[in-house]
Design a protein. Structure first.
Ligand code: SF4
Ligand code: SF4
Length: 441
């Protein structure tokens, strides 16, 4: 199989989802023009995407029996989709890829993620593979180090030479982009005391006392890294994850949020929502931004005990304002009446902590609030970091949490990687057995 084109057979694009939406113009520009889309989602059948009809695969194949089928889905699903299409009797030589890919060892981050913390990393999975570089005011150097390191690793993998990644559980053989490294995800974070945060969460190592000149330096550096990333990234699919302490406490946060807004960049802002910023609300309204907020509590007392600050109500009020700014807050009767689109602009996280918040009262109130602001819920844990499995009670509460989300129709992502492996396995089994319609992380 390859992604060559120029033959005269009709083309069917398989997959009419977000990948197709964002890449269609580029594919058309390269001469790939489909006769129609095919998609497995019955809800899309006989509707249109950019003017092209979306058909069930069987109907598309009946209509265009000698077509080439181009996969227009996310890279992570290519392997399953090729197997599926082969199983439907489509010859291997007629299954092609809309973007050039290759089969090799790799992972979801290698050649795609730039991780800038205390040093520069290829991923956020394992510190062993990070390189160090002086970063202050030297965004260009950060990216050149990153390109060099990625190319070296990719070359080794393509030639089946051993790499430092070999022992990593994330490495697997799959389809990956065949081109040179191209940053798609920028993660600006810090593990150890690099960034300032005004909270003192019981499970977090990344806070420091406020140091004005250091925070100002860091603030300018964050802006410069984002500027540089916006110049070298694939802007259609690029994502920025901003999790450096409390981003809204950076002195230049308005410039940072405004820059992302002006450049139409997709950004996930990891914030504790204790500081309300108009510039962030404005960015949220652009629909390319979402917030990730670890609330971890449903009551004031639990919040104060976990977060080290008595700010439960102010945080809820700020989140309500952000939800309204995003057009997703169901608390806004005005927006609802105006027919504003609702979306899950706020990802509300619950890190299940033994003896701290693993109780029905906190879980129930947390989920009530998630419903109020139309949030996407994230269930997580920190037992993987500690290496210990959760108690039976805590696991039972995690299951109850998932069950309540399903009952209340709340979209849920489970951060399995943050659970101890045996707990993660048990939780996955619970999800599968209970047949919840849950989004898997
Ligand atoms: S294989 Fe593992 S260590 Fe290597 S880049 Fe990927 S996640 Fe990082
Ligand atoms: S709000 Fe986030 S960065 Fe701040 S202490 Fe808590 S977990 Fe750490």
């Amino acid at each position: 199989m390859n992604s060559s084109h120029g033959e005269n057979r009709p083309i069917v694009f398989y997959g009419a989802g977000s990948e197709a939406k964002s890449r269609l113009a580029a594919w058309e520009g390269a001469g790939l023009v489909p006769a129609c889309f095919a998609d497995g989602d019955a809800g899309k059948h006989y509707t249109r995407l950019a003017g092209y009809e979306i058909l069930p695969l069987r109907v598309a194949m009946e209509r265009y029996p000698d077509c080439d089928v181009y996969l227009t889905i996310g890279r992570g699903r290519l392997h399953d989709a090729t197997q599926y299409l082969s199983g439907q009797g489509i010859p291997a030589e007629r299954i092609k890829f809309a973007d050039p890919v290759e089969w090799r060892k790799g992972c979801d981050w290698l050649g795609r993620m730039v991780n800038v913390g205390e040093d520069v990393g290829l991923c956020c999975a394992n510190k062993k593979y990070r390189i160090t570089a002086s970063r202050h005011g030297m965004a260009e150097q950060i990216f050149s180090e990153w390109f060099h390191l990625c190319e070296k690793h990719l070359d080794n993998m393509r030639n089946n030479r051993p790499t430092a990644c070999d022992a990593c559980p994330h490495m697997r053989e799959d389809y990956y982009s065949a081109g040179p490294p191209r940053p798609v995800v920028l993660n600006i974070s810090s593990d150890d005391n690099l960034d300032y945060c005004n909270f003192r969460c019981s499970y977090c190592r990344q806070f420091s006392s406020y140091d004005q000149s250091r925070t100002e330096r860091r603030s300018a550096e964050v802006l410069s890294i984002i500027r540089h990333f916006s110049e070298v990234c694939d802007s259609e699919t690029a994502n920025i994850e901003l999790s450096c302490g409390e981003p809204a406490a950076l002195p230049m946060c308005d410039e940072i949020f405004n820059f992302c807004f002006e450049r139409n960049l997709r950004v996930a802002v990891f914030t504790n929502a204790s500081i309300y910023k108009e510039s962030l609300a404005n960015l949220l309204a652009s629909e390319k931004c979402h917030l990730l907020v670890s609330l971890d509590a449903g009551t004031r007392e639990t919040f104060r005990a976990i977060k080290g600050r008595d700010m439960f109500e102010p945080v809820l009020n700020n989140l309500r304002k952000y939800a309204i700014a995003a057009g997703g807050g169901i608390s806004s009767g005005e927006l609802a009446r105006a027919g504003s689109p609702r979306r899950n602009a706020i990802h509300l996280k619950y890190i299940m902590l033994e003896t701290q918040n693993d109780n029905e009262k906190d879980i129930g109130s947390f989920l009530d609030f998630a419903r109020e602001i139309n949030a996407h819920v994230v269930l997580s844990n920190n037992s993987n970091a500690r290496g210990n499995p959760c108690s039976r009670h805590t696991m039972g509460m995690s299951q109850l949490f998932a069950k309540k989300c399903a009952e209340q129709g709340l979209p849920l992502t489970v951060g399995y990687e943050f659970f101890n492996p045996s707990d993660a396995k048990a939780l996955r089994k619970y999800m599968a057995d209970s047949n919840h319609e849950l989004q898997q992380a």
